[in-house]
Design a binder for this molecule. Structure first.
Ligand SMILES: [Fe+2]
Length: 221
């Protein structure tokens, strides 16, 4: 966006800086602050996932804050955009964007994860590995609708395949992982049990900025 910037002794006065969607990103900033406070309590994973799921449910209860730049599908494959990474890499937040009909391979995570459905719908099909390392379907697929949150943990079962439910529209989910997920070494599995290492990476080079305007200290939120 453009705006008139007044400069005083070489410093741009903040009140005159170009307008920005700080207010629109307020739900993201609030979530980051609340999730950081949750981790500072060093809760057991059960508590962390339970309370974290509640926080994520609040974040995805409304679909008016994610900038379009982080909700854009790739024509050939799904992609994930980093929205925030904790400075100690205790957690990361990504937007997962599914083009029509796109799906992941069967994969693991190696860290806990929370998946909140923001827009559209996705199916998460759990798998377990048999004695030969071949992935076998484990129960019914979980269908996420806007506002729903799914919990993943190596402790509970960590292998799944995720698909956009829709063949004709984009779906977007917000994921929180217990690490900088774009740098975590993990695995994909073929139907025949071949295991391949991968690091997912991120589609974006720049982050959304929710920190600019009237951001009170965390203990005042
Ligand atoms: Fe996954």
């Amino acid at each position: 966006m453009t705006g008139t910037t007044e400069v005083l002794d070489g410093i741009a006065l903040s009140r005159d800086l170009p307008a920005h969607d700080y207010d629109a990103l307020d739900p993201l900033r609030t979530f980051v602050a609340a999730f950081s406070r949750l981790l500072e309590r060093r809760p057991h994973e059960t508590t962390l996932l339970e309370e974290g799921a509640g926080l994520l449910a609040q974040l995805v209860a409304r679909d008016d804050w994610l900038p379009d730049a982080f909700a854009t599908p790739h024509p050939d494959h799904y992609q994930q955009f980093l929205l925030h990474c904790d400075s100690a890499q205790r957690f990361s937040i990504v937007s997962f964007v599914w083009g029509p009909g796109q799906r992941t391979p069967i994969h693991d995570h190696t860290v806990w994860g929370l998946i909140g459905m923001l827009r559209g719908s996705e199916d998460s099909q759990p798998y377990v590995l048999d004695a030969k390392g071949v992935p076998v379907v484990a129960g019914e697929a979980v269908r996420l609708l806007p506002g729903d949150v799914e919990v993943l943990s190596p402790r509970l079962g960590d292998i799944h395949r995720v698909s956009n439910v829709y063949a004709d529209r984009v779906s977007v989910s917000i994921h929180v992982y217990g690490a900088n997920i774009g740098a975590v070494h993990r695995s994909v599995f073929t139907e025949t049990g071949e295991r391949k290492g991968f690091v997912s990476g991120y589609a974006n080079a720049q982050l959304p900025n929710p920190w600019g305007k009237a951001a009170p200290p965390a203990d005042q939120q």
